[in-house]
Design a protein around this ligand. Structure first.
Ligand code: SF4
Length: 321
């Protein structure tokens, strides 16, 4: 289901950031935070879709000045609230979250960076968050270089007794914006890194989940076997995620956020909005003769069988960058 952005503000500066341009455009007239009115409208859409899950993110969602009240409000409406955060917040906010927590319906997915991409205070603040809320936290890590060392993720899970889950995201190009991402030429290297890491996850009972845009043929049979043994969630998909911004403007996903953004209220339901983006992306990629990130995607039997979508569709729009 779609993501709801509470604010574009962030207190970190990650090289792969999807929201950098929006953060740079913030000004006193447009502080980039969701109003209560818009929050209620968006929550109504989720409720009408009979979806008990609402994913909130940013920027950094906890930087919304009324974040704790918003968090309480969404829980009071009986949503399960999955919050994507960097875990860097004041002690008062941590206390506020602890007081609001509904164990069955509160989930925090904390994005952490490797030490070389982390400021000293980041480690300290995230440690404070994990100490207090670790039982509701799992980790997320974005791959934007081909040679990451991910063992530190297992150390954090062990030290703070986090939920044994890691979401691995692959950084993709963002149409019209500079960012760091892994190009398809490097996918083979990253697949080996992930497969080797999955062996260590297996020993520690940690489940890996691959996010969108991974490509099936870049994993060897042996690598897929390692991932299967470790019970990793494998997806080789690309489809509209749908993000709803603080102003209720929506887009298919961050890499395609410049292409035909749509106002939420122009659609009667989230399913109607999803249908628009699904059709739009299929049409646009077909027009560009794009079947996947490789030439071999066109005749590929895995693509024809729906096992792989051929990587991230943002590559279809590269000439517009
Ligand atoms: S669709 Fe493309 S990326 Fe996916 S397995 Fe086939 S050739 Fe590889």
């Amino acid at each position: 289901m779609p993501n709801l952005l509470l604010t574009y503000k962030c207190n970190r500066n990650c090289p792969y950031c999807f929201a950098q341009e929006r953060q740079n455009a913030l000004n006193p007239d447009d502080p980039g935070i969701i109003s209560w009115k818009n929050l209620v409208i968006a929550a109504n859409y989720f409720e009408e879709a009979k979806d008990p899950l609402i994913s909130v993110l940013g920027g950094e969602p906890t930087m919304h000045p009324e974040f704790i009240s918003i968090y309480r409000y969404l829980l009071a409406r009986k949503f399960t609230v999955k919050m994507f955060s960097n875990g860097m917040m004041s002690h008062e906010k941590i206390e506020g979250l602890l007081a609001a927590l509904v164990p069955d319906r509160s989930r925090f997915i904390i994005n952490v960076n490797q030490e070389r991409d982390r400021a000293g205070h980041e480690t300290k603040m995230q440690g404070q968050f994990f100490s207090e809320l670790g039982m509701a936290c799992s980790l997320s890590f974005n791959l934007f270089r081909p040679d990451p060392d991910m063992d530190f993720l297992l150390d954090i899970i062990g030290e703070y007794q986090l939920r044994p889950r890691i979401r691995l995201g692959l950084a993709h190009p963002i149409a019209g914006e500079p960012n760091e991402f892994i190009s398809p030429e490097q996918y083979g290297d990253i697949s080996e890194t992930i497969a080797q890491f999955s062996k260590r996850c297996d020993h520690q009972g940690v489940i890996l989940s691959l996010d969108c845009g991974f490509t099936l043929c870049d994993f060897t049979d042996a690598q897929l076997g390692m991932l299967l043994r470790s019970k990793a969630n494998l997806k080789f998909r690309c489809g509209p995620v749908i993000d709803i911004g603080p102003d209720l403007n929506t887009w298919a996903c961050f890499p395609l956020s410049k292409l035909r953004p749509q106002p939420l209220e122009a659609y009667p339901s989230l399913s109607a909005l999803r249908k628009f983006y699904a059709n739009f992306i299929v049409e646009e990629t077909r027009k560009r003769g794009f079947a996947g990130v490789y030439k071999k995607c066109e005749p590929c039997r895995y693509r024809k069988r729906g096992q792989c979508h051929g990587g991230c569709r943002s590559y279809a729009f590269e000439e517009k960058n």
